[in-house]
Design a protein around this ligand. Structure first.
Ligand code: ADP
Length: 497
């Protein structure tokens, strides 16, 4: 009997593979980093062959570490860095260019031109996204414009476009399958999230031939099998989701109103909207996520640019902590920040403020301020930004938050989680596995291959490690938050954006 599900989590800095048993425990975990390529300021690329090599390597390592054979694996789920594009020759599976990474700004000019033509509202209405270089569509246009003959070859059906999920599946199936899922498609600026299909009007504007696009499948469905020459066995590929949507699923947020936040370098907050299509506004975007059956539903998404990165800056930039965990000890050693606030707008302010020219500041300093106060203010600054997002969600949807499920590297910080619960006034539920992303992909594949039943059984597999309940009074919460709003107001730029 096949006893395990494997997930491949192909991220921006590395590839991970986990093997999960029937009880939802990770029995093996392998990770490998790879090189970032920066050809010019603002440009970011990955070598698609290197992505594949690391993914393949961690898959083999995880199988070895688990002490199993490929035949023991019932199915594979894939989750991936979103919006990053690969274009390859169908016949040879050779990429025609490096992967253009989501962070890459090279198509900013294309976006500006489309905005000048007044097309931003059309893109937003159809895709739920803002017209920004971050998303895939203008990256694909850039590539087709740049390399002579590619558009013609695309029309002739010779080349394929895909996000990283599609690329890995093409490699795993030796070119037999060209597919993506709804969550990844919804990040491309080419996909109509209402009709749930590629949008001919947007494709025409971007001059992207339909022939280049993958088929779009539900996130929990068998889309193909690994070629036996790859792992020595034909294993069904049965789950696909972009990383943040996979994390939402791995956190058991299948139902409307449930939300998760991932505390990494930045933060990604996703709020399951069920079948409701809230208007994307206040810098939030509307995207496709997965319901309990792995079928498409909607989610609102907001991000904080600088979160765990502040802690890195305290360590490497200021040198006032020796490592990230020390930030918790220092913050817990004092009663409060004595009115010090840190607004970490190192790269401008994101949702809901949207001020690209704002810069970070530490406010409220006195002669009594010590490094502990600054460290604590930095951690509180992360939590306040998340509160800002939650307020933006509530304003956009008219719905109330009830709890927040959390994961990501910085959620290990107990002080931060307690302060988050305090300032939100809602419980913060930290999951047992920080690898919510990989778990989400495993859950999706497990549902599609009837390893687990949707809903109940899967929901039980997501376990809390600790729940932080709010401990401060509503008055104190209000006063602290007013101080934050005041601090943010002071650092907003006077430049018009
Ligand atoms: P990413 O996926 O964005 O690389 P991770 O989820 O691996 O991020 O989390 C790494 C981030 O978490 C770093 O920015 C680091 O500073 C922060 N971090 C790690 N441990 C702690 C901690 N104990 N307290 C606060 N921040 C932490």
């Amino acid at each position: 009997m096949k006893k395990f599900i494997m997930a491949i989590d192909q991220g921006t800095t590395g590839s991970r593979s986990i093997i999960v048993n029937k009880e939802g425990h990770i029995i093996a975990n392998a990770y490998s980093e790879f090189e970032q390529i920066y050809p010019k300021p603002g440009w970011v690329e990955h070598n698609p062959e290197v992505i594949w090599d690391t993914a393949y390597r961690v898959v083999k390592q995880a199988i070895k570490k688990a002490g199993i054979v490929p035949d023991d694996i019932l199915s594979i789920g894939i989750t991936n860095q979103r919006e990053t594009i690969v274009v390859w020759e169908k016949e040879t599976l050779k990429p025609i260019y490096n992967a253009i990474v989501w962070q890459c700004r090279r198509s900013a000019n294309i976006c500006d031109k489309l905005k000048e033509q007044g097309l931003a509202p059309l893109f937003q209405k159809k895709t739920g996204l803002v017209l920004d270089a971050y998303f895939s569509g203008t990256k694909v246009k850039w590539l087709l414009d740049k390399i002579p003959g590619t558009r013609k070859r695309a029309k002739a059906g010779e080349i394929a476009f895909g996000t990283i999920d599609s690329w890995l599946i093409a490699k795993l199936t030796k070119g037999n399958v060209h597919v993506t899922d709804y969550t990844n498609a919804s990040r491309t600026l080419m996909f109509n999230i209402h009709e749930k299909k590629w949008d001919p009007e947007l494709l025409k504007i971007l001059k992207i031939p339909h022939e280049i696009l993958p088929r779009v499948a539900p996130s929990a469905s068998v889309v193909g099998q690994t070629d036996p020459s790859i792992l020595g066995s034909a294993i069904p590929i049965a789950g696909i989701a972009g990383d943040q949507q996979a994390a939402l699923f791995g956190q058991g947020c299948f139902h409307e109103g449930q939300a998760k936040n991932t505390y990494g370098t930045g933060c990604f907050l996703l709020f399951n909207m069920g079948n409701h299509k809230a208007h994307s506004q206040n810098g939030l975007i509307l995207t496709i996520a997965c319901d309990k059956n792995g079928k498409p539903c909607y989610a609102l998404e907001g991000s904080v640019f600088i979160a765990g990165a502040i802690i890195q800056w305290l360590r490497d930039g200021l040198g006032i902590i020796k490592d990230a965990p020390e930030s918790q000890q220092l913050a817990e050693g004092i009663a409060d920040t004595q009115g010090v606030y840190m607004v970490p707008a190192f790269a401008g302010l994101g949702a809901p403020h949207w001020d690209m020219y704002a810069r970070g500041a530490i406010l409220g300093l006195t002669r009594a301020t010590k490094k502990e106060h600054i460290v604590r203010a930095a951690l509180e600054g992360i939590a306040y930004q998340v509160k800002d997002l939650v307020k933006a969600f509530e304003a956009s949807t008219g719905k109330k938050f009830t709890e927040l499920r959390v994961d990501g590297g910085a959620c290990k910080n107990d002080f931060l989680m307690q302060f988050q619960a305090d300032i939100l006034g809602h419980p913060v539920d930290r999951s047992q596995y920080i690898e919510s992303t990989g778990m989400g992909a495993a859950f999706l594949a497990g549902i599609a291959t009837e390893f687990w039943s949707p809903g109940g059984e899967i929901a039980d597999l997501r376990r809390s490690q600790r729940i932080f309940s709010p401990k401060i009074t509503p008055q104190k919460r209000k006063k602290l938050y007013e101080g934050w709003i005041d601090a943010v107001d002071r650092i907003k730029s006077t430049r018009s954006v």
